[in-house]
Design a protein around this ligand. Structure first.
Ligand SMILES: C[S@@+](CC[C@H](N)C(=O)[O-])C[C@H]1O[C@@H](n2cnc3c(N)ncnc32)[C@H](O)[C@@H]1O
Length: 236
């Protein structure tokens, strides 16, 4: 079976692609304020499942993972900020939420939505421009770290570092830097299988799988699988 952790380069892995994409979405939003842009993995209800997962696992005294209504959150590669806005709608209003993206156009777009549609969320949600692989990027530590489709896009960049490590190899180190002890890293991917994702994130030995979210399984040509997977990790 193909090892999708060794993804090929694609335009979806370039900053130019995302700048053009969010520039267009921002233009659409300016023409029609009801159009807040694409919700990635909408077909699989991934966003709803991620939100339900967090709500259902708050204040779980049987688990070492410590998350509650006041947990601070960061959304990596936030795009249009949809996930954070929905979490706010669902009741995460007493905490700090930060969305970061390396596309300036994404940050401008999500700030526009915050200003025009979610004014009341301005004390809770903020968006900042950042490349998460930049060594000087240090946003502090968060109780909950979110990724919906961002590692997928990152993997398609095909970038490697001077020590020959790929962006996918380095990605868990980024999470370790910003995740509080006993926090939750919740990630949804369509490019990695569940097993590949677990192997990738646990590789450094500092993060371990906590729980997974189940999706409908399809069967094709005798092979079973899901088109998407969501895993929650915590610190070791
Ligand atoms: C597939 S989109 C997902 C957007 C959003 N999470 C969602 O669910 O709609 C991938 C996002 O990752 C961002 N991204 C890619 N590489 C990044 C990096 N190195 N640092 C920060 N953001 C990055 C892109 O600009 C884009 O917004």
């Amino acid at each position: 079976m193909e090892d999708t952790t060794k993804l090929n380069k694609s335009k979806l892995g370039t900053k130019q692609y995302w700048d053009d994409f969010y520039n267009k979405e921002k233009e659409n939003f300016n023409e029609n304020p009801d159009d807040t842009g694409e919700c990635w993995f909408n077909d699989s209800d991934a966003e709803e499942k991620m939100i339900d997962f967090l709500m259902n696992n708050l204040n779980d005294t049987t688990s070492s993972v410590l998350i509650n209504e006041k947990s601070t959150m960061i959304d990596l590669g936030t795009g249009n900020g949809h996930l954070l806005f929905q979490l706010w709608e669902e009741g995460f209003k007493q905490n700090k939420m930060l969305g970061v993206d390396y596309s300036e156009q994404s940050v401008l777009f999500s700030k526009d939505i915050l200003e025009e549609v979610y004014k009341d969320a301005k004390d809770t949600i903020d968006f900042k421009h950042a490349d998460i692989f930049n060594d000087s990027w240090n946003p502090g530590q968060f109780d909950i770290v979110l990724d919906k489709g961002t590692l997928d896009a990152i993997a398609l960049s095909g970038l490697t570092f001077s020590n020959n490590q790929t962006v996918v190899d380095v990605y868990p180190n980024v999470i370790e830097k910003i995740l509080k002890p006993n926090g939750c890293f919740l990630i949804t991917s369509c490019n990695f299988t569940e097993q590949e994702l677990i192997k990738t994130i646990e590789k450094s030995g500092h993060l371990k799988l906590w729980k997974t979210i189940k999706y409908p399984v399809f069967e094709f040509g005798g092979i079973k699988g899901s088109t998407i997977c969501t895993c929650a990790f915590t610190t070791v």
